[in-house]
Design a protein around this ligand. Structure first.
Ligand code: GTP
Length: 331
């Protein structure tokens, strides 16, 4: 049975927790009223059952044992009860108005796509129940139906807009969380994730630790904005030399390139190619024409404790390259 994972679906699980508690309490309040006061035993008994199931879902969600099916069953039962109440009760009790809350529940619980389909599905039954339940002259059915339908569409539209915006924000946040704001290449957080993926799939990779030589001098002589422009151009240079998705900025003037399933000798050759490309490149910024070099340390990642270990060994190699006089590769 598929379990909700707090890590993969933190929003939906908190929604299941809240919704199950809310439904459990509401049904708990309504059931004695329907059983003993309004003389609607069937609805009262169903409400008790839904209330118990809701509290069970609440307990599962709280203890990390919630299963995906529970959210569907809970929402289905709530929908069913709302329509049963709207159908059975006097129209003047306005129980059908609860139906307007359903699109919100669908979109929050199931997201944009399923929210859309489920909201589509309930529109016709809502109108039908309203129509057949409005025979009296005191209640003008066609006006009620028109108003209800428009309210339904209005809430549906708002939910859809909200969920769309929410999804776009999520994508934007993901990009911001995984990319370096200055150079646009990936950041340390993304590198950690990449290493975890490699570990999980037992894939060996080689780390190229690229460090710009005497970068402090660029800042000191020409200013930080020139330094920033150089960092952006170095990142572009690296992108032109290797797979864009494999480049990460560790911070400062240090970049990491991860090469998967490549021998250490081929990685060393790639590092040499990159070193040569930067050496040949002219950096244009603020009317300046600069020539820079990089030193590169190359190391193989080991499986288990991969990132810290590989970066540490690549750093040692980089240190050797710097000691050799810079503009060098050490593997
Ligand atoms: N412009 C700019 N400078 C940065 C940024 N991050 C770090 N730095 C600078 O990068 C410089 C790094 O200097 P060092 O670590 O001494 O390295 P280096 O001058 O390149 O010397 P070696 O690595 O030994 O060749 C420091 O002056 C930092 O202020 C940044 O985002 N933009």
């Amino acid at each position: 049975m598929m379990l909700f994972s707090k890590k993969t679906n933190p929003l939906r699980i908190s929604l299941l927790t809240g919704l199950s508690l809310l439904v459990g309490v509401l049904m708990g309040i309504y059931s004695p009223i329907n059983l003993f006061y309004l003389d609607m035993p069937i609805i009262g008994v169903i409400e008790i059952m839904i209330s118990l199931f809701s509290f069970y879902c609440f307990w599962c969600a709280k203890t990390g044992k919630a299963k995906v099916y529970q959210s569907y069953v809970l929402v289905f039962l709530t929908t069913f009860l709302i329509y049963l109440a709207a159908y059975s009760a006097d129209i003047r009790a306005l129980s059908f108005l609860w139906g307007l809350a359903l699109p919100i529940v669908y979109y929050l619980m199931f997201g944009e796509k399923q929210g859309f389909y489920f909201t589509c599905l309930i529109l016709l039954p809502s109108i039908y129940i309203l129509f057949i339940n409005s025979p009296s002259e005191e209640f003008i059915s066609y006006r009620a139906i028109v108003n209800y339908t428009f309210a339904h569409f209005f809430i549906w539209f708002l939910c859809h807009l909200y969920e769309k915006q929410h999804n776009q924000d999520k994508i934007q946040l993901q990009i911001m969380a995984h990319n370096d704001a200055l150079t646009g290449v990936k950041n340390r957080h993304a590198l950690e994730k990449h290493f975890k993926r490699l570990e999980k799939n037992a894939i060996q990779a080689n780390v190229l630790l690229v460090d710009i030589d005497f970068f402090k001098l660029v800042n000191d002589e020409f200013g930080h904005s020139v330094g920033d422009a150089v960092l952006i151009e170095v990142a572009k240079c690296l992108q032109s030399q290797t797979d864009e998705d494999a480049i990460y900025r560790l911070g400062g003037e240090e970049f990491v390139i991860l090469l998967e399933k490549v021998s250490i000798e081929d990685s060393r050759k790639k590092a040499e190619q990159i070193r040569h490309a930067i050496e040949q490149h002219t950096f244009h910024s603020h009317d300046l024409h600069l020539h820079l070099t990089v030193s590169i340390g190359v190391a193989q990642s080991s499986l288990g404790n991969a990132m810290i270990d590989a970066l540490h060994r690549a750093d040692n190699k980089l240190y050797q390259a710097k000691n050799k006089g810079r503009n060098a590769v050490c593997a």
